[in-house]
Ligand binder design. Structure first.
Ligand code: MN
Ligand code: MN
Length: 280
């Protein structure tokens, strides 16, 4: 896998957006590999601007940069390659905001973060727990990343928000790993996560109700609104040291509605990271 960005130009403390266009491990349908390009196009679309709701103008803010996408040449080594590239960013004290790709990419990215942050809290927004030990014979499926993460002790806490597809097996897994599960039915506008220390935010777009974000591979009704997710991100404690936005499937998003939602959430996560960072 090649790297087409120059890591030497990154200053410590910056936030780097990096696309991870991989959907090899999608259990149901392909498509999320096109996510990074589609989200970037929506972010730069003249229909909107680059100001966040907290008042940062990302068009002039020097604290972040877009590195483009990783290029996959060998799928067999993709997991190790993803981990290696994110580790390089972390060694330069650069905070990464990854654009997926399917949710399988989160496992190698969190592996890289766990080296730097020994007491990492994972905040995982998703319709699905993604805690299967194995799914359709694949332990690296997009249905499994949080089982891999927790069995290897890569996070001190895993807080899942918006869950609405819990199975008996995954409930057993949640109990085994001490996962804190906040189901979609229990998410209100006033949800404020009590967090401290370094936080990694993993945002599966299907946490949103399909009415807000239809362009996903696994639409699950009964989900969160765009406003709910913006509020949860805005009210989160702790410091976001890394994040990902995954599972946008452009093949299911002909009107580009979901792309605009993903770009909006990208802006708000960037704003949250930059406000707390050294470049503000
Ligand atoms: Mn997921
Ligand atoms: Mn999901």
């Amino acid at each position: 896998m090649g790297r087409h960005f120059d890591i030497e130009c990154l200053d410590p403390g910056m936030v780097a957006v990096l696309g991870v266009p991989s959907d090899e491990n999608s259990s149901y349908m392909r498509g999320p590999a096109a996510g990074p390009t589609i989200i970037r196009n929506a972010l730069r679309c003249d229909a909107t601007n680059l100001s966040t709701e907290c008042g940062l103008d990302l068009s002039t803010h020097s604290g972040w940069t877009d590195l483009g996408d990783l290029v996959f040449e060998n799928q067999a080594s993709a997991v190790a390659d993803i981990e290696r590239h994110f580790r390089e960013l972390l060694l330069r004290d650069v905070r990464a905001l990854a654009l997926g790709g399917d949710h399988a990419v989160t496992y190698p990215i969190v592996r890289a973060h766990a080296d730097t942050y020994k007491d990492l809290t994972l905040v995982h927004l998703d319709a699905h727990p993604d805690l299967y030990d194995i799914f359709n014979g694949n332990r690296f499926s997009n249905a499994c990343p949080f089982a891999r993460i927790m069995e290897q002790g890569l996070a001190a806490r895993l807080v899942q928000v918006g869950i609405r597809t819990m199975t008996p097996h995954q409930q057993d897994q949640a109990n085994r790993f001490g996962v804190e599960v906040i189901r979609a039915a229990d998410v209100g506008a006033d949800l404020s996560l009590e967090l401290a220390g370094p936080v990694y935010l993993s945002l599966d777009i299907d946490v949103l109700d399909p009415a807000f974000a239809p362009g996903v591979s696994h639409p699950e009704p009964g989900g969160l609104s765009t406003r709910d997710v913006i509020s949860i991100i805005g009210n989160m404690g702790g410091q976001i040291v890394g994040a990902d936005i995954v599972e946008l499937n452009p093949r299911r998003d002909p009107q580009g509605i979901t792309a605009m939602v993903a770009a909006k959430l990208l802006k708000e996560i960037l704003g949250k990271m930059l406000r707390a960072g050294p470049n503000t």
